[in-house]
Write a protein that binds this ligand. Sequence first.
Ligand SMILES: NC(=O)C1=CN([C@@H]2O[C@H](COP(=O)(O)OP(=O)(O)OC[C@H]3O[C@@H](n4cnc5c(N)ncnc54)[C@H](OP(=O)(O)O)[C@@H]3O)[C@@H](O)[C@H]2O)C=CC1
Ligand SMILES: O=C1O[C@H](COP(=O)(O)O)[C@@H](O)[C@H](O)[C@H]1O
Length: 510
Amino acid sequence: MSTTEIKTSPEQVEAGKGTERKPEPCVVVIFGASGDLTKRKLLPALYHLEQQSLLPEEFVVVGVARRDLSKTFAPDMQDGIVKGGGVDEKEEKLSKFIERVKYFATEFDNDEGFEKLKAFLADLDKEFGTKGNRLFYLAVAPEFFADITHRLGDHGMTTGENGAWVRVIIEKPFGTDLESAKKLNTEINKVLHEDQIFRIDHYLGKETVQNILVFRFGNGIFEPVWNRNYIDSVQITAAESIGIEGRGPFYEQAGALRDVLQNHVMEVLSFVAMEPPDSFESAAVRVEKLKVWQAIEQIPVEDTARGQYGPGKVDGQDVIGYRQEDRVNPESQTETFAAMKLEIENWRWAGVPFYIRAAKRLERRVTEVTIVFKQPPLHIFKSAKNTASVEPNVLTMRIQPDEGIKLQFGAKIPGPTTNIAQVQMEFSYADAFGKSSANGYERLLLDAMLGDGTLFAERDGVEATWALMTPILEAWKAQKVNFPNYEAGSWGPKEADDLLAKDGRAWRVS
Ligand SMILES: NC(=O)C1=CN([C@@H]2O[C@H](COP(=O)(O)OP(=O)(O)OC[C@H]3O[C@@H](n4cnc5c(N)ncnc54)[C@H](OP(=O)(O)O)[C@@H]3O)[C@@H](O)[C@H]2O)C=CC1
Ligand SMILES: O=C1O[C@H](COP(=O)(O)O)[C@@H](O)[C@H](O)[C@H]1O
Protein backbone atom coordinates (compact mmCIF):
# COMPACT_ATOMS: atom_id res chain seq x y z
CA MET A 1 0.00 0.00 0.00
CA SER A 2 1.56 3.31 -1.02
CA THR A 3 -0.38 6.38 -0.07
CA THR A 4 1.65 9.50 -0.75
CA GLU A 5 -0.49 12.37 -1.87
CA ILE A 6 0.19 16.03 -1.18
CA LYS A 7 -2.80 17.88 0.18
CA THR A 8 -1.04 21.21 -0.19
CA SER A 9 -1.24 23.21 -3.42
CA PRO A 10 1.86 23.43 -5.65
CA GLU A 11 1.98 27.18 -4.85
CA GLN A 12 2.07 26.45 -1.12
CA VAL A 13 4.79 23.81 -1.59
CA GLU A 14 6.83 26.32 -3.66
CA ALA A 15 6.37 29.01 -1.02
CA GLY A 16 7.52 26.51 1.62
CA LYS A 17 10.95 26.17 -0.03
CA GLY A 18 12.15 29.23 1.85
CA THR A 19 13.63 31.21 -1.02
CA GLU A 20 13.29 34.33 1.14
CA ARG A 21 16.20 33.06 3.28
CA LYS A 22 18.98 34.85 1.42
CA PRO A 23 22.22 35.56 3.28
CA GLU A 24 24.08 38.85 3.26
CA PRO A 25 26.99 39.34 0.84
CA CYS A 26 29.96 37.24 1.94
CA VAL A 27 33.08 35.27 1.09
CA VAL A 28 33.11 31.55 1.93
CA VAL A 29 36.73 30.50 2.56
CA ILE A 30 37.30 26.74 2.50
CA PHE A 31 40.51 25.48 4.10
CA GLY A 32 41.30 22.03 2.71
CA ALA A 33 40.11 23.02 -0.76
CA SER A 34 41.89 20.28 -2.67
CA GLY A 35 40.40 17.60 -0.43
CA ASP A 36 37.71 15.03 -1.05
CA LEU A 37 35.02 16.77 1.01
CA THR A 38 35.33 20.08 -0.82
CA LYS A 39 35.06 18.53 -4.26
CA ARG A 40 32.41 15.91 -3.59
CA LYS A 41 30.17 17.75 -1.14
CA LEU A 42 30.89 21.41 -0.44
CA LEU A 43 31.17 22.95 -3.90
CA PRO A 44 28.20 20.94 -5.24
CA ALA A 45 26.18 22.08 -2.20
CA LEU A 46 27.07 25.73 -2.81
CA TYR A 47 26.14 25.35 -6.44
CA HIS A 48 22.76 23.82 -5.53
CA LEU A 49 22.14 26.90 -3.41
CA GLU A 50 23.01 29.06 -6.41
CA GLN A 51 20.62 27.03 -8.61
CA GLN A 52 17.83 27.79 -6.16
CA SER A 53 18.82 31.50 -6.10
CA LEU A 54 19.67 31.21 -2.41
CA LEU A 55 23.14 32.76 -2.62
CA PRO A 56 23.59 36.51 -2.47
CA GLU A 57 24.56 38.33 -5.68
CA GLU A 58 27.75 39.50 -3.98
CA PHE A 59 29.35 36.17 -3.22
CA VAL A 60 32.77 34.52 -3.67
CA VAL A 61 34.22 31.13 -2.71
CA VAL A 62 37.92 30.93 -1.94
CA GLY A 63 39.61 27.54 -1.68
CA VAL A 64 42.76 27.35 0.45
CA ALA A 65 45.29 24.50 0.46
CA ARG A 66 49.04 24.18 0.20
CA ARG A 67 49.65 23.24 -3.46
CA ASP A 68 49.50 25.87 -6.19
CA LEU A 69 46.22 25.01 -7.88
CA SER A 70 45.27 28.50 -9.02
CA LYS A 71 44.85 27.39 -12.64
CA THR A 72 43.12 24.06 -12.07
CA PHE A 73 40.99 24.62 -8.98
CA ALA A 74 37.90 26.21 -10.55
CA PRO A 75 37.71 23.77 -13.53
CA ASP A 76 38.29 20.86 -11.17
CA MET A 77 35.41 21.98 -8.95
CA GLN A 78 33.22 22.48 -12.03
CA ASP A 79 33.99 18.91 -13.00
CA GLY A 80 33.00 17.73 -9.49
CA ILE A 81 29.68 19.59 -9.67
CA VAL A 82 28.88 18.24 -13.14
CA LYS A 83 29.79 14.63 -12.29
CA GLY A 84 28.15 14.65 -8.88
CA GLY A 85 24.84 16.26 -9.70
CA GLY A 86 23.76 15.55 -13.26
CA VAL A 87 24.46 19.19 -14.09
CA ASP A 88 25.12 20.28 -17.66
CA GLU A 89 28.56 21.92 -17.81
CA LYS A 90 27.19 24.50 -20.23
CA GLU A 91 24.55 25.66 -17.74
CA GLU A 92 24.73 29.46 -17.66
CA LYS A 93 24.31 29.58 -13.90
CA LEU A 94 27.22 27.17 -13.49
CA SER A 95 29.62 29.31 -15.54
CA LYS A 96 28.61 32.41 -13.59
CA PHE A 97 29.12 30.50 -10.33
CA ILE A 98 32.53 29.14 -11.38
CA GLU A 99 33.71 32.69 -12.20
CA ARG A 100 33.33 33.40 -8.49
CA VAL A 101 35.39 30.38 -7.35
CA LYS A 102 38.95 31.46 -6.44
CA TYR A 103 42.01 29.73 -5.03
CA PHE A 104 44.73 30.76 -2.59
CA ALA A 105 47.77 28.58 -1.79
CA THR A 106 49.37 28.51 1.65
CA GLU A 107 50.62 26.07 4.24
CA PHE A 108 48.34 26.18 7.28
CA ASP A 109 51.27 27.06 9.57
CA ASN A 110 52.58 29.93 7.45
CA ASP A 111 51.99 33.33 9.06
CA GLU A 112 53.01 35.20 5.95
CA GLY A 113 50.50 33.14 3.99
CA PHE A 114 47.70 34.16 6.37
CA GLU A 115 48.66 37.84 6.13
CA LYS A 116 48.53 37.58 2.34
CA LEU A 117 45.22 35.71 2.52
CA LYS A 118 43.78 38.56 4.57
CA ALA A 119 44.83 41.06 1.89
CA PHE A 120 43.50 38.75 -0.86
CA LEU A 121 40.08 38.63 0.83
CA ALA A 122 40.05 42.41 1.30
CA ASP A 123 40.68 42.82 -2.44
CA LEU A 124 37.79 40.47 -3.19
CA ASP A 125 35.54 42.61 -0.96
CA LYS A 126 36.38 45.59 -3.16
CA GLU A 127 35.91 43.71 -6.42
CA PHE A 128 32.73 41.78 -5.53
CA GLY A 129 31.11 43.93 -2.81
CA THR A 130 31.24 41.14 -0.19
CA LYS A 131 31.43 43.69 2.64
CA GLY A 132 33.99 41.93 4.84
CA ASN A 133 31.57 39.14 5.85
CA ARG A 134 33.41 35.82 6.13
CA LEU A 135 32.43 32.19 6.55
CA PHE A 136 35.55 30.11 7.12
CA TYR A 137 35.06 26.36 6.59
CA LEU A 138 37.70 24.08 8.15
CA ALA A 139 37.46 21.06 5.81
CA VAL A 140 40.79 19.79 7.10
CA ALA A 141 42.15 17.01 9.27
CA PRO A 142 41.19 17.55 12.94
CA GLU A 143 44.78 18.29 14.03
CA PHE A 144 44.53 21.62 12.14
CA PHE A 145 41.23 22.87 13.70
CA ALA A 146 42.82 24.71 16.63
CA ASP A 147 45.92 25.92 14.74
CA ILE A 148 43.99 27.47 11.87
CA THR A 149 41.56 29.12 14.29
CA HIS A 150 44.46 30.61 16.27
CA ARG A 151 46.13 31.88 13.12
CA LEU A 152 42.91 33.50 11.96
CA GLY A 153 42.79 35.22 15.36
CA ASP A 154 46.48 36.23 15.29
CA HIS A 155 46.00 37.89 11.90
CA GLY A 156 42.90 39.80 12.90
CA MET A 157 40.56 37.72 10.76
CA THR A 158 38.09 36.60 13.43
CA THR A 159 36.54 40.00 14.04
CA GLY A 160 34.77 41.80 11.22
CA GLU A 161 35.14 45.51 10.64
CA ASN A 162 32.25 47.96 10.30
CA GLY A 163 29.67 45.48 11.53
CA ALA A 164 30.83 42.63 9.29
CA TRP A 165 30.42 39.11 10.66
CA VAL A 166 32.93 36.26 10.85
CA ARG A 167 31.86 32.65 11.41
CA VAL A 168 33.79 29.39 11.39
CA ILE A 169 32.45 25.96 10.44
CA ILE A 170 34.40 23.10 12.00
CA GLU A 171 34.20 19.63 10.50
CA LYS A 172 33.99 16.38 12.36
CA PRO A 173 35.43 14.52 14.15
CA PHE A 174 35.26 17.10 16.92
CA GLY A 175 37.81 15.43 19.20
CA THR A 176 38.50 11.75 19.65
CA ASP A 177 37.36 11.45 23.27
CA LEU A 178 36.08 13.65 26.08
CA GLU A 179 39.44 15.11 26.99
CA SER A 180 40.43 16.05 23.44
CA ALA A 181 36.98 17.51 22.73
CA LYS A 182 37.21 19.68 25.86
CA LYS A 183 40.71 20.80 24.91
CA LEU A 184 39.60 21.69 21.39
CA ASN A 185 36.62 23.63 22.72
CA THR A 186 38.88 25.54 25.10
CA GLU A 187 41.32 26.39 22.32
CA ILE A 188 38.77 27.64 19.83
CA ASN A 189 36.82 29.50 22.50
CA LYS A 190 40.01 31.50 23.22
CA VAL A 191 39.63 33.03 19.77
CA LEU A 192 35.95 32.77 18.85
CA HIS A 193 32.69 33.46 20.65
CA GLU A 194 30.40 30.45 20.83
CA ASP A 195 27.96 32.12 18.42
CA GLN A 196 30.73 32.31 15.78
CA ILE A 197 31.39 28.55 15.93
CA PHE A 198 29.40 26.13 13.76
CA ARG A 199 30.33 22.50 14.55
CA ILE A 200 28.92 20.68 11.58
CA ASP A 201 27.23 17.29 11.56
CA HIS A 202 25.88 16.82 8.06
CA TYR A 203 23.13 14.46 9.29
CA LEU A 204 21.38 17.49 10.77
CA GLY A 205 21.26 18.95 7.26
CA LYS A 206 19.30 15.97 5.97
CA GLU A 207 15.62 16.71 5.30
CA THR A 208 14.56 13.41 6.82
CA VAL A 209 16.40 14.09 10.06
CA GLN A 210 14.79 17.53 10.38
CA ASN A 211 11.48 15.91 9.53
CA ILE A 212 11.68 13.90 12.77
CA LEU A 213 10.95 17.16 14.59
CA VAL A 214 8.20 18.17 12.17
CA PHE A 215 6.62 14.73 12.42
CA ARG A 216 6.65 14.83 16.22
CA PHE A 217 5.92 18.47 16.96
CA GLY A 218 4.05 19.62 13.83
CA ASN A 219 1.29 17.01 14.13
CA GLY A 220 -1.23 16.44 16.87
CA ILE A 221 -1.59 12.69 16.71
CA PHE A 222 1.89 11.30 17.27
CA GLU A 223 3.23 13.13 20.31
CA PRO A 224 0.60 11.77 22.74
CA VAL A 225 1.86 8.22 22.10
CA TRP A 226 5.55 9.17 21.98
CA ASN A 227 6.51 7.88 25.42
CA ARG A 228 7.04 4.90 27.69
CA ASN A 229 3.30 4.19 27.97
CA TYR A 230 3.01 3.29 24.28
CA ILE A 231 6.51 2.62 23.02
CA ASP A 232 8.23 -0.70 23.69
CA SER A 233 11.65 0.10 22.24
CA VAL A 234 13.47 2.26 19.71
CA GLN A 235 16.14 1.27 17.21
CA ILE A 236 18.45 3.47 15.16
CA THR A 237 20.44 1.83 12.38
CA ALA A 238 23.11 3.55 10.27
CA ALA A 239 24.18 0.77 7.91
CA GLU A 240 26.56 1.34 5.02
CA SER A 241 27.40 -1.17 2.31
CA ILE A 242 30.59 0.68 1.39
CA GLY A 243 33.90 -0.02 3.08
CA ILE A 244 36.39 2.60 4.17
CA GLU A 245 36.91 4.00 0.66
CA GLY A 246 40.68 4.39 0.82
CA ARG A 247 40.57 6.27 4.14
CA GLY A 248 42.68 3.65 5.97
CA PRO A 249 44.82 5.94 8.16
CA PHE A 250 41.79 7.99 9.22
CA TYR A 251 39.58 4.98 9.92
CA GLU A 252 42.27 3.10 11.86
CA GLN A 253 42.23 5.95 14.40
CA ALA A 254 38.46 6.41 14.27
CA GLY A 255 36.41 3.22 13.98
CA ALA A 256 32.63 3.06 13.70
CA LEU A 257 31.92 4.47 17.15
CA ARG A 258 33.94 7.66 16.70
CA ASP A 259 33.14 8.02 13.00
CA VAL A 260 29.35 7.74 13.05
CA LEU A 261 27.81 6.59 16.34
CA GLN A 262 29.09 9.40 18.63
CA ASN A 263 27.94 12.11 16.25
CA HIS A 264 25.39 11.26 13.51
CA VAL A 265 23.53 8.57 15.45
CA MET A 266 23.52 10.49 18.74
CA GLU A 267 22.19 13.58 16.95
CA VAL A 268 19.36 11.56 15.42
CA LEU A 269 18.65 9.99 18.82
CA SER A 270 18.34 13.43 20.42
CA PHE A 271 15.69 14.44 17.85
CA VAL A 272 13.75 11.24 18.49
CA ALA A 273 13.87 11.55 22.28
CA MET A 274 13.88 15.28 23.11
CA GLU A 275 11.07 17.15 24.83
CA PRO A 276 9.22 19.74 22.74
CA PRO A 277 11.34 22.91 22.70
CA ASP A 278 9.66 26.22 23.59
CA SER A 279 10.34 27.42 20.04
CA PHE A 280 12.28 26.35 16.98
CA GLU A 281 15.12 28.69 17.96
CA SER A 282 18.69 27.54 18.31
CA ALA A 283 18.98 27.95 22.09
CA ALA A 284 15.66 26.25 22.83
CA VAL A 285 16.39 23.23 20.62
CA ARG A 286 19.94 22.82 21.93
CA VAL A 287 18.80 22.85 25.55
CA GLU A 288 16.37 19.99 24.94
CA LYS A 289 18.90 17.93 23.00
CA LEU A 290 21.45 18.33 25.76
CA LYS A 291 18.94 17.16 28.37
CA VAL A 292 18.49 13.90 26.46
CA TRP A 293 22.21 13.12 26.34
CA GLN A 294 22.63 14.07 29.99
CA ALA A 295 19.77 11.76 30.99
CA ILE A 296 21.39 8.70 29.41
CA GLU A 297 22.70 6.30 32.02
CA GLN A 298 26.37 5.40 31.68
CA ILE A 299 26.39 2.44 29.31
CA PRO A 300 27.83 -0.81 30.73
CA VAL A 301 30.28 -2.43 28.34
CA GLU A 302 28.11 -5.60 28.47
CA ASP A 303 25.42 -3.55 26.70
CA THR A 304 27.69 -2.92 23.71
CA ALA A 305 28.85 -5.01 20.77
CA ARG A 306 31.52 -4.42 18.17
CA GLY A 307 32.72 -6.08 15.02
CA GLN A 308 35.06 -5.92 12.09
CA TYR A 309 34.27 -7.15 8.61
CA GLY A 310 36.18 -9.91 6.93
CA PRO A 311 36.05 -10.70 3.20
CA GLY A 312 32.62 -11.29 1.70
CA LYS A 313 30.21 -10.31 -1.06
CA VAL A 314 28.41 -6.97 -1.37
CA ASP A 315 25.96 -6.40 -4.22
CA GLY A 316 27.15 -9.65 -5.78
CA GLN A 317 30.79 -8.48 -5.85
CA ASP A 318 33.63 -10.06 -3.88
CA VAL A 319 35.12 -7.55 -1.44
CA ILE A 320 38.19 -7.70 0.76
CA GLY A 321 38.15 -7.70 4.54
CA TYR A 322 38.99 -4.61 6.60
CA ARG A 323 42.45 -5.91 7.50
CA GLN A 324 43.30 -6.24 3.80
CA GLU A 325 42.36 -2.61 3.03
CA ASP A 326 45.12 -0.21 1.97
CA ARG A 327 47.12 1.26 4.90
CA VAL A 328 45.30 -0.81 7.52
CA ASN A 329 47.16 -2.86 10.12
CA PRO A 330 46.78 -6.57 9.17
CA GLU A 331 46.06 -7.23 12.86
CA SER A 332 43.89 -4.19 13.36
CA GLN A 333 41.59 -4.07 16.39
CA THR A 334 39.56 -1.18 14.92
CA GLU A 335 35.81 -1.80 14.89
CA THR A 336 33.84 -1.30 11.68
CA PHE A 337 30.60 -2.17 13.50
CA ALA A 338 29.45 -0.62 16.80
CA ALA A 339 26.19 -1.24 18.62
CA MET A 340 24.80 -0.51 22.05
CA LYS A 341 21.74 -0.36 24.22
CA LEU A 342 20.96 2.95 25.94
CA GLU A 343 18.52 3.87 28.68
CA ILE A 344 17.27 7.44 28.95
CA GLU A 345 16.44 8.00 32.58
CA ASN A 346 13.69 10.59 32.39
CA TRP A 347 9.91 10.69 32.83
CA ARG A 348 9.16 10.08 29.17
CA TRP A 349 11.56 7.23 28.47
CA ALA A 350 12.27 5.33 31.70
CA GLY A 351 12.26 1.61 30.88
CA VAL A 352 12.35 2.03 27.09
CA PRO A 353 15.57 0.63 25.59
CA PHE A 354 17.17 2.45 22.66
CA TYR A 355 19.28 0.13 20.51
CA ILE A 356 21.68 1.90 18.18
CA ARG A 357 24.18 0.63 15.62
CA ALA A 358 26.48 1.94 12.90
CA ALA A 359 28.60 -0.09 10.55
CA LYS A 360 30.44 -0.44 7.26
CA ARG A 361 30.08 -3.24 4.71
CA LEU A 362 26.67 -4.46 5.75
CA GLU A 363 24.23 -6.03 3.32
CA ARG A 364 22.84 -2.70 2.14
CA ARG A 365 22.84 1.02 2.85
CA VAL A 366 20.01 1.97 5.14
CA THR A 367 19.70 4.58 7.86
CA GLU A 368 16.46 4.50 9.77
CA VAL A 369 14.71 4.99 13.09
CA THR A 370 12.33 2.24 14.14
CA ILE A 371 9.74 2.83 16.83
CA VAL A 372 8.24 -0.43 18.09
CA PHE A 373 4.93 0.10 19.90
CA LYS A 374 3.54 -1.93 22.76
CA GLN A 375 0.97 -4.62 22.08
CA PRO A 376 -2.70 -4.03 22.86
CA PRO A 377 -3.51 -5.12 26.44
CA LEU A 378 -5.59 -8.11 25.35
CA HIS A 379 -5.58 -10.29 22.24
CA ILE A 380 -9.27 -10.75 21.55
CA PHE A 381 -8.92 -12.31 18.09
CA LYS A 382 -8.37 -15.78 19.44
CA SER A 383 -9.32 -17.43 16.15
CA ALA A 384 -6.43 -15.73 14.33
CA LYS A 385 -4.02 -18.52 13.48
CA ASN A 386 -1.12 -16.75 11.81
CA THR A 387 1.72 -15.28 13.85
CA ALA A 388 1.26 -11.88 12.15
CA SER A 389 -1.64 -11.33 14.51
CA VAL A 390 0.75 -10.77 17.40
CA GLU A 391 3.17 -8.42 15.61
CA PRO A 392 3.49 -4.95 17.16
CA ASN A 393 2.78 -1.70 15.34
CA VAL A 394 6.05 -0.36 13.95
CA LEU A 395 6.77 3.14 12.75
CA THR A 396 9.83 3.42 10.53
CA MET A 397 11.41 6.75 9.69
CA ARG A 398 13.68 6.10 6.75
CA ILE A 399 16.48 8.66 6.68
CA GLN A 400 18.10 7.25 3.55
CA PRO A 401 17.83 5.94 0.88
CA ASP A 402 14.15 5.88 -0.28
CA GLU A 403 13.43 8.58 2.27
CA GLY A 404 10.04 8.40 3.93
CA ILE A 405 7.92 7.08 6.77
CA LYS A 406 6.05 3.79 7.12
CA LEU A 407 3.53 2.63 9.65
CA GLN A 408 2.94 -1.07 10.02
CA PHE A 409 -0.33 -2.30 11.48
CA GLY A 410 -2.54 -5.37 11.44
CA ALA A 411 -5.48 -5.70 9.01
CA LYS A 412 -8.10 -8.40 8.67
CA ILE A 413 -7.40 -10.83 5.86
CA PRO A 414 -10.59 -11.02 3.77
CA GLY A 415 -12.43 -14.27 4.42
CA PRO A 416 -14.87 -15.98 6.74
CA THR A 417 -12.39 -16.24 9.67
CA THR A 418 -10.66 -13.40 11.48
CA ASN A 419 -7.04 -13.73 10.49
CA ILE A 420 -4.65 -10.81 10.55
CA ALA A 421 -1.92 -9.71 8.15
CA GLN A 422 0.60 -6.93 8.71
CA VAL A 423 0.22 -4.09 6.19
CA GLN A 424 1.92 -0.74 5.77
CA MET A 425 0.91 2.86 5.20
CA GLU A 426 3.70 4.72 3.52
CA PHE A 427 4.83 8.26 2.83
CA SER A 428 7.61 8.62 0.27
CA TYR A 429 9.55 11.88 0.01
CA ALA A 430 10.28 11.31 -3.68
CA ASP A 431 6.62 10.62 -4.54
CA ALA A 432 5.41 13.63 -2.61
CA PHE A 433 8.05 16.20 -3.39
CA GLY A 434 10.18 14.78 -6.22
CA LYS A 435 13.74 13.50 -6.06
CA SER A 436 16.15 15.76 -4.23
CA SER A 437 19.86 16.17 -4.87
CA ALA A 438 20.42 17.78 -1.47
CA ASN A 439 23.32 16.23 0.44
CA GLY A 440 22.78 17.82 3.85
CA TYR A 441 25.60 20.31 3.42
CA GLU A 442 23.61 22.90 1.48
CA ARG A 443 21.11 23.57 4.26
CA LEU A 444 23.93 23.80 6.80
CA LEU A 445 26.06 26.10 4.65
CA LEU A 446 23.05 28.33 4.14
CA ASP A 447 22.21 28.36 7.87
CA ALA A 448 25.82 29.25 8.75
CA MET A 449 25.76 32.12 6.26
CA LEU A 450 22.55 33.27 7.96
CA GLY A 451 24.04 32.86 11.45
CA ASP A 452 21.46 30.22 12.44
CA GLY A 453 23.06 27.59 14.69
CA THR A 454 19.93 25.49 15.34
CA LEU A 455 21.17 22.56 13.27
CA PHE A 456 24.75 22.65 14.54
CA ALA A 457 26.33 20.95 17.51
CA GLU A 458 27.30 23.10 20.46
CA ARG A 459 30.03 22.81 23.06
CA ASP A 460 28.11 21.14 25.88
CA GLY A 461 26.38 18.72 23.54
CA VAL A 462 29.61 17.50 21.99
CA GLU A 463 31.12 17.01 25.43
CA ALA A 464 28.01 15.20 26.70
CA THR A 465 28.12 12.62 23.90
CA TRP A 466 31.86 12.11 24.38
CA ALA A 467 31.29 11.67 28.13
CA LEU A 468 29.02 8.73 27.29
CA MET A 469 31.25 7.17 24.66
CA THR A 470 34.73 7.61 26.18
CA PRO A 471 34.39 4.92 28.91
CA ILE A 472 33.23 2.45 26.25
CA LEU A 473 36.19 3.25 24.03
CA GLU A 474 38.50 2.76 26.99
CA ALA A 475 36.91 -0.55 27.94
CA TRP A 476 37.10 -1.76 24.34
CA LYS A 477 40.75 -0.75 24.09
CA ALA A 478 41.56 -2.84 27.16
CA GLN A 479 39.99 -6.01 25.72
CA LYS A 480 41.58 -7.65 22.68
CA VAL A 481 38.95 -9.16 20.39
CA ASN A 482 38.93 -11.88 17.85
CA PHE A 483 38.42 -9.95 14.62
CA PRO A 484 37.13 -10.30 11.94
CA ASN A 485 33.80 -11.44 13.31
CA TYR A 486 31.37 -10.70 10.49
CA GLU A 487 31.37 -11.26 6.79
CA ALA A 488 31.19 -8.26 4.49
CA GLY A 489 27.66 -8.18 3.07
CA SER A 490 26.03 -9.68 6.17
CA TRP A 491 24.12 -7.84 8.92
CA GLY A 492 27.01 -7.80 11.35
CA PRO A 493 28.39 -9.95 14.16
CA LYS A 494 26.44 -12.42 16.28
CA GLU A 495 27.34 -10.35 19.37
CA ALA A 496 25.09 -7.55 18.09
CA ASP A 497 22.17 -9.94 17.62
CA ASP A 498 22.76 -11.37 21.10
CA LEU A 499 22.53 -7.86 22.55
CA LEU A 500 18.85 -7.70 21.58
CA ALA A 501 18.13 -11.42 21.88
CA LYS A 502 18.84 -11.32 25.62
CA ASP A 503 15.97 -8.76 25.88
CA GLY A 504 13.73 -10.94 23.69
CA ARG A 505 14.07 -8.58 20.72
CA ALA A 506 15.73 -8.53 17.30
CA TRP A 507 17.14 -5.87 14.98
CA ARG A 508 14.68 -4.67 12.36
CA VAL A 509 15.26 -3.09 8.96
CA SER A 510 12.45 -2.24 6.60
N1 LIG B 1 35.52 13.24 2.92
C1 LIG B 1 34.35 13.07 3.51
O1 LIG B 1 33.37 12.51 2.97
C2 LIG B 1 34.14 13.60 4.89
C3 LIG B 1 35.13 14.32 5.53
N2 LIG B 1 34.91 14.83 6.78
C4 LIG B 1 35.94 15.61 7.47
O2 LIG B 1 36.35 16.71 6.65
C5 LIG B 1 37.72 16.98 6.84
C6 LIG B 1 38.43 16.96 5.49
O3 LIG B 1 38.29 15.67 4.94
P1 LIG B 1 38.80 15.31 3.46
O4 LIG B 1 38.40 16.35 2.49
O5 LIG B 1 38.36 13.91 3.23
O6 LIG B 1 40.40 15.35 3.65
P2 LIG B 1 41.53 15.25 2.55
O7 LIG B 1 42.67 14.53 3.17
O8 LIG B 1 40.98 14.74 1.26
O9 LIG B 1 41.96 16.80 2.31
C7 LIG B 1 42.79 17.49 3.19
C8 LIG B 1 43.05 18.91 2.68
O10 LIG B 1 43.88 19.61 3.60
C9 LIG B 1 44.98 20.18 2.89
N3 LIG B 1 46.18 20.18 3.73
C10 LIG B 1 46.65 19.13 4.48
N4 LIG B 1 47.74 19.55 5.16
C11 LIG B 1 47.95 20.85 4.85
C12 LIG B 1 48.89 21.83 5.24
N5 LIG B 1 49.86 21.57 6.13
N6 LIG B 1 48.79 23.07 4.72
C13 LIG B 1 47.83 23.36 3.83
N7 LIG B 1 46.90 22.48 3.39
C14 LIG B 1 46.97 21.25 3.91
C15 LIG B 1 45.18 19.31 1.69
O11 LIG B 1 45.84 20.11 0.73
P3 LIG B 1 46.88 19.51 -0.33
O12 LIG B 1 46.05 18.77 -1.32
O13 LIG B 1 47.50 20.72 -0.92
O14 LIG B 1 47.80 18.62 0.43
C16 LIG B 1 43.71 19.01 1.33
O15 LIG B 1 43.17 20.13 0.68
C17 LIG B 1 38.23 15.94 7.85
O16 LIG B 1 38.17 16.47 9.15
C18 LIG B 1 37.22 14.81 7.72
O17 LIG B 1 37.12 14.05 8.91
C19 LIG B 1 33.69 14.68 7.40
C20 LIG B 1 32.67 13.98 6.81
C21 LIG B 1 32.82 13.34 5.54
O1 LIG C 1 30.76 11.38 8.44
C1 LIG C 1 30.72 10.35 7.80
O2 LIG C 1 29.58 10.03 7.18
C2 LIG C 1 29.58 9.11 6.10
C3 LIG C 1 28.13 8.70 5.91
O3 LIG C 1 27.41 9.82 5.47
P1 LIG C 1 26.12 9.61 4.55
O4 LIG C 1 25.58 10.97 4.39
O5 LIG C 1 26.60 8.98 3.28
O6 LIG C 1 25.24 8.69 5.31
C4 LIG C 1 30.45 7.91 6.37
O7 LIG C 1 30.54 7.10 5.21
C5 LIG C 1 31.84 8.39 6.75
O8 LIG C 1 32.63 7.26 7.11
C6 LIG C 1 31.78 9.33 7.91
O9 LIG C 1 33.05 9.93 8.12
